[in-house]
Design a binder for this molecule. Structure first.
Ligand code: ZN
Ligand code: ZN
Length: 69
């Protein structure tokens, strides 16, 4: 059975861990918001925004000119 993405888990009514908290801060924080671009969970307000029914994590929500590539 394939591993569910955070998006699929949230759509199924489950909580997921914010991927930024996990990756950057090595901590677990549960959320029900997911990024429309990467499909991973993020905590609303701190690590992303949710507007007009679309969630975007801070990594994918930054404007191109602000991105640190
Ligand atoms: Zn977070
Ligand atoms: Zn993202």
């Amino acid at each position: 059975m394939p591993t569910q993405t955070d998006k699929e888990k949230i759509e199924a009514g489950k909580w997921v861990n914010c991927w930024i908290c996990e990756t950057v801060f090595r901590r677990k924080r549960e959320t029900k918001r997911y990024c429309n671009k990467c499909g991973r969970g993020f905590c609303e307000g701190e690590h992303g925004t949710f507007a007009y029914g679309v969630g975007t994590c801070i990594i994918h929500g930054v404007r191109k000119k602000d991105r640190l590539d």
